[in-house]
Each structure stands twice: as C-alpha cells, then as structure tokens.
Write a protein that binds this ligand. Structure first.
Ligand code: GDP
Length: 721
C-alpha cells in the first residue's frame, strides 16, 4: 500500500491565540473552505464543530486540542485554473490542524500540541493586538522553534487597527515580523486585503466569502502598498545572498524566487509574515491557508526527532521517512462520544498498520492496534496505515499515556518527553453517594491520564481525595467533566494553594536505628548533611556518586565501605520518601541536596528497612535545623481596565501582597503587570468584575516559588492543624 499524499504536501499546523481572538471562528472557516463542513456554526450560537465538548460550548472556550484533517487546494484562493478550466487540484495539500486552547489554565495543551506541530498560525485581535496569552504562547513556540505566521483578525471591529496591532507584534513578540498584507477599509468598511507580494487586491464573494476575486489595488492604498512592498523585499533578501545581489543590482526578482526565499526564512524562524482580515466577515482566511502551504514547513523540513535507545541509553535520531523504523508520540488522549478512547499520535518515522501490535517503549507494553482513524470535523475516517509525518488517532488503546512513545520493538526509541510544571492549586473532593464513590476513582484516573497537569492524591490521614491542577478554572472544568462524561457527582472543598517546603541552610544529623532483642535484629546507622540543592552548571557531567532528580539530589560520599553498597539505595530512598512530608507544615519538600558521609553496619542485623528508617529520621532531624521554610507560588498577573479604576485596581493589588512591576497602555485601556501570591488570588476575577463594573479583565500564570513571610507562615501552619 502506498501513501496517498507525498510528505511535502502535508502540513501539520496549529492555530494559537489569546482567548477570544477568533481562533474558533478561524478554524471553522478553514473547515468550511476546505469542504469539511457545509454549514458554518458561529461561536455565539454555540454550534461550532471544534468545540464539541458540551461545557466548552457553554463557556465558549476551546479546552481540548483536537486534531482535524482536511484538504486545501491553494489555487482556489488565487483563482488559478487547470488546463480543463476547472480549479487545479493537482496541488491539493493535506492539513492536519491542531486546535490549541487560549485560556491560561490550559497552557499544557498548548505546549503539548506545539510538540507535534510543524508550524503555527497565531491569531490576534485587531483591536487588542498582542495580549498576555499571545506572549506566553509565543515564548513556548520560541522554545520549540515552531515557525509562525501571524493573522491580525477582526479588522471589521470598531477600534480595529492593523498598524497598532502590527506595532505591538514588533514590540512585544519579534522585530522580524513583516507586513505581507494591508487591510482594505477598516471597521464597518473592511472588505478585502492587499497582497504585497503580488501587488493585487483580493475580495471574497459568495456564501461565506468562498470565492476569491482578484482586482487592482484601490488608488488610496497604492502608495502604502508600494512603500511596504519595498520594505518586505528588503527584509526578505537579507536572508538570501543571490536575491540580495539581484536586489542591489536593481533587478526585478520573480515571485517564485521570492516565495522560495521567504519559505526558507520562515522555516528558520528568521521572519514572521503578518496577514490580516476578518474571520467572522469572511475576509482573508483563504490567503492565510495559501501561506500555510507556501511558507510553513512540511514534515520533511523539520530536523530529525531525537530520542534515547532504552537498551543502551544512547541518543538516536529518526528522520521523517517511511523507510526508517517506526516511531510515534502519543500527544493527546480524548474520550470520543462515538468510538470511545482515542489516542492521538504523530508518526515521526516509518509507518504503522491497523490490526498489528503497537509497542509502547515508555511502558514496555504491547497492545493490539485495532483501528486507526482521522478526525474530520465530527466524522471519523478509517485509516489502514499511517506514515511518517502524519497525525492520526488509535481507537481503544488502553495502556498508553500522553507523551508515551510507540515504536518498532526491534529498534526501540523513547522520544523526549514533555516537561510540565507541577500543579499549584488543589482541592478536596468527595463523592456524593456510595455509587459515585465507586465510579469516581476510575473517572479521575482517566482524566489524569489525559492531562499531565491534573494530579490525584489521597490524604493518608483523613482518607480524603485531593485533586490538583493549574488553576481554579482548570479544576472546575475537571469536576464538571467528571459529572458529564462519567456521571459522577461530587462535593468539592475550597481551592487550596499547593505550597512547597525547602531548606535555606545546612545541617548535619546522625541516626542509629537498632533493635536487638533476640532472634534477627535490625541495624542501620547513617550520618548525613542537608544543603539547598544548587542548579546544575550547564554542560557539567553528573558525577557517578550523585543521583539527581528535579527536586532532590543524593550524594554518596561513603568511603571504605563503612556502609555496604547494597544499602546505599535504601538510604537514598528513605530520604527521598521522607521529603513527601515537610518539616514546617507537612507540604512536599523540594530542592534538597543530601550527602551521606558516614555510618556503620552490623554483619547480621543490617537490613534495607533499617537503613531506610535511620535515613528518614536523620533527615528529619537535620531538616529541622537547616532553616526550613514554606514556599508559595507567585503568579504573573496582568489586569486590563479603564483608567478611571486605577486607584481601586492598584489598591487591591497592594492589599494582596502584590508587587506592581509596570503599567502600560493597550488602546484605551490601562494594563497593570504585577507579581502576586496565588493564595491571595482566589475569586479575584469576580472581585475585579464588581470593582470595575464588569470592564476589567485579568489573566494569571504561574511564575515562580518564593519563601512566605513569617506572619503568613504562622497562618498556614495554623490552618494545617
Ligand atoms: P477564540 O476564543 O479565540 O476561539 O475566539 P472565537 O472564535 O470564539 O471568537 C470570540 C468572539 O469574537 C466570538 O464572539 C466571535 O464571533 C468573535 N469574532 C471572531 N472573529 C471575529 C472577527 O473577525 N470580527 C469580529 N467582529 N468578531 C469576531
């Protein structure tokens, strides 16, 4: 069986945006123009296709990253016809569109999808320009080197400004953003765009603007178009020596040559083309799709993916080629109302066929891969075989988690996993009835498998179940999903901050655990020193006697076998496990370095358990004297509000132990940038709304941990009792 699409005609891309910028509307237009849906659902009537989870519909935000497959024939937009006079379909391109959420609590979804995307279209609100979430997501995309196109949407809105929005991209995101278009008319008058490469105007006619009409540039825009085209060319030739020479010699450069150079520069993250229009008023989206084909990478254009051979520990590479051994990454689990559990995966190399076995190198388990599907809006297309560079979903795989690697068992590889921040908010959850109790465990487990930033634990003393996540809304949605998808009703407690503990000083402690009362006794004896863990120096090798984890380091400095090697792991384990409960208020202890310096043993009585107990006791003793403190999550906060509420807004931040870092302006509104402890921020959205008569809005994301002040520490300890 052959692949049905050559790889250079595949685009895996995502649409990234601040909430409300118009991502859902744009996705909807894409599905319409690519013929996937025949009726456009608008967000405001709650019938869009990508938002198929019920509560998303109610909330109007997209929570889940759904991968949708569709086909785009770029010639539709430019009006080119084949020899038979019909649209030329020989250049049809397969799009795998990955939707990403805009809400800050769901950044994990954005990160996760960035991992499997080859490129992205970043959508901006043409009134607000760059917003906080656009900045955060832009940074994530920078980290993953994802090439980007920008789409300044909503040119039809009152107050829309292409120039201001473009300036905010230059200023806040990247100075290599380049105008590729100009809007024709603004606000109510907006009806088309000028393409600066072709130097033509485009208008959109027919049902939902499906037909693209090419015209001459309106007279009032000719001068601007000339000026900005010159600027565009100047910036593009910088990245291509041959074109640069032609430019300097004053020669005209052919469109195809220019496009080639642009494509190269975009893929290298050197330039970011900026497009514009109005998704809602059907202006411009098709031209952005053309640009996706022209400038965003195919799977062939991205570097080989890296991984580790789990048998040898060596780094291995996989290229986007059907002839290499199979490798794929599971990036999303989703419960589909019709076919059940879907495991979305991206194939990096080789191919996999339905009806064979799927080897999971992250777990070492094998499962039968019964069916493979591609999601097309709400339809599911059965696929027999998936090839390198493609995205699809496996049906009914039971044991795979997000970020597991699937691969050829003979040529094993574990792909780099996605790193997530620990959850910062938790709450107590209690099933309403006995029947709920039975289902709740299963429901929580499923949700936890889908989302690595959603954690479930139980309090060993009270037996209560605690769920933790990235924010209040995140947890609220999880509880809601539990009810809707699994029929589990639960009572929830107040949101609590997930505090941490650490030590600021150094201390040594010794503990002997001895039981010698007839028969076989117990003997464990350790001396250890605790210190704050230091960050790893870049490029430094970790010495053989050191085990290093994210939050803990263990140094074995035992000389002359005073503790036999076989007991050292028990000492490490004793300390690491004891760190689950901190000294000050029982919160998880982090960033501790423990050096085992001395001890002794007994020929008969020494055992792993004795060393574990001794280590745990010594650790607790040392930690008490090593200046233990509580750490609290500090959030980065942006509040947008009309000037007249200045006093109230700044006052409220100061009263919350916040530090105001900067005050900027966005359009008519003020933007306050601050750092505030999370513990002070519960219910802030509601408070802000009433303080500003509904005109203020805030976004918040985790920034870092900080030591809590002594008076606050006392309150936390009191509350824990
Ligand atoms: P998302 O949160 O980024 O997915 O944004 P949506 O697509 O849900 O859009 C948010 C709101 O903006 C909805 O009410 C849309 O109807 C509206 N909207 C989206 N695109 C446009 C546009 O081009 N012009 C105008 N005026 N409104 C738009």
């Amino acid at each position: 069986m052959q692949r049905d699409y050559p790889l250079e005609r595949v685009r895996n891309f995502g649409i990234i945006a601040h909430i409300d910028a118009g991502k859902t509307t744009t996705s909807e237009r894409i599905l319409y123009y690519t013929g996937m849906i025949h009726k456009i659902g608008e967000v405001h009537d709650g019938a869009t296709t990508t938002d198929w989870m019920e509560q998303e519909r109610e909330r109007g935000i997209t929570i889940t990253a759904a991968a949708i497959t569709c086909f785009w024939n770029p010639t539709y937009a430019t009006g080119l016809k084949g020899p038979d006079g019909k649209p030329d379909v020989s250049h049809k391109v397969r799009f795998n569109v990955i939707d990403t959420p805009g809400h800050i609590d769901f950044t994990v979804e954005v990160k996760r999808s960035l991992r499997v995307l080859d490129g992205a279209v970043v959508v901006f609100d043409g009134v607000a320009g760059v917003e906080p979430q656009s900045e955060t997501n832009w940074r994530y995309a920078d980290e993953s080197n994802v090439p980007r196109l920008c789409f300044i949407n909503k040119m039809d809105r009152t107050g829309a400004s292409f120039e201001k929005s473009f300036a905010s991209i230059l200023e806040r995101l990247n100075k290599h953003a380049i105008r590729f278009q100009l809007p024709i008319g603004l606000e109510g008058e907006h009806n088309g765009v000028v393409d600066l490469l072709r130097m033509k105007a485009y208008y959109f006619d027919g049902e939902k603007g499906i037909n693209v009409r090419e015209e001459e540039i309106p007279a009032n825009l000719v001068d601007d178009a000339k000026k900005y085209r010159a600027e565009l060319i100047e910036k593009v030739v910088e990245h291509d020596d041959v074109l640069m020479q032609m430019y300097l010699d004053g020669k005209e450069i052919a469109l195809a040559e220019l496009k080639k150079a642009i494509r190269k520069a975009v893929i290298a993250n050197k330039i970011f083309p900026v497009f514009t229009g109005s998704a809602l008023k059907n202006v411009g989206v098709q031209l952005v799709l053309d640009a996706v084909v022209d400038y965003l990478p195919s799977p062939l254009d991205i570097p080989a993916v890296k991984g580790i051979n789990p048998n040898t520990g060596e780094e291995v590479l996989r290229h986007a080629s059907d002839s290499e051994p199979f490798s794929a990454l599971a990036f999303k689990l989703q419960n589909d109302p019709f076919v059940g559990q879907l495991t979305f995966f991206r194939v990096y190399s080789g191919s996999i066929e339905a009806g064979t076995y799927l080897y999971n190198s992250s777990t070492g388990k094998k499962e039968r891969l019964g069916r493979i599907v591609r999601l097309q809006a709400n339809d599911r297309e059965e696929v027999k075989k998936v090839y390198a560079g493609e995205i699809a979903a496996a049906v009914g795989i039971k044991d795979a988690l997000t970020s597991n690697t699937f691969c050829d068992e003979e040529n094993p590889i574990v792909l780099e996993t996605i790193k997530f921040v620990d959850p910062v908010v938790s709450l107590r959850i209690e099933p309403k009835t006995k029947a709920d109790q039975e289902k709740m465990g299963m429901a929580l487990r499923k949700l936890g498998n889908e989302d690595p930033t959603f954690k479930i634990s139980s309090n060993s003393e009270t037996g209560e179940t605690i769920i933790s996540g990235m924010g209040e809304l995140h947890l609220e949605i999880m509880v809601d999903r539990m009810k809707r998808e699994f029929g589990v009703e639960a009572n929830v407690g107040k949101p609590q901050v997930a505090y941490r503990e650490t030590i600021l000083g150094e201390a040594e402690a010794e503990h002997k655990y001895i039981k010698q009362t007839g028969g076989k006794g117990q003997y464990g004896h350790v001396v250890l020193t605790l210190r704050p863990m230091q960050p790893l120096v870049e490029g430094a090798k970790i010495p053989k006697n050191v085990s290093r984890y994210d939050d803990f380091e263990f140094i074995n400095s035992i000389k002359g076998g005073v503790i036999p090697n076989e007991f050292i792991p028990a000492v490490e384990k004793g300390v690491h496990e004891a760190m689950d409960r901190g000294i000050v208020a029982g919160y998880k202890m982090v960033n501790v370095s423990c050096e085992l310096t001395f001890g002794s043993y007994h020929d008969v009585d020494s055992s792993e358990i004795a060393y574990k107990i001794a280590a745990s006791q010594a650790y607790q003793d040392a930690a008490k004297r090593a200046k233990p403190v509580i750490l609290e999550p500090i959030m980065k906060l942006e509040v947008l509000f009309p000037d007249k509420f200045m006093g109230d807004v700044t006052g409220s931040i100061s009263s919350k132990r916040g530090t105001i870092e900067e005050m900027t302006e966005r359009g008519q509104a003020k933007v306050l940038h601050a750092k505030v402890p999370l513990s002070e921020m519960f219910g802030y959205t509601t408070q802000l709304r009433s303080m500003t008569s509904g005109q203020g809005s805030a976004t918040m994301e985790f920034d870092h941990y900080e030591v809590v002040p002594k008076n606050v520490e006392a309150t936390i300890i009191e509350a824990r009792k």
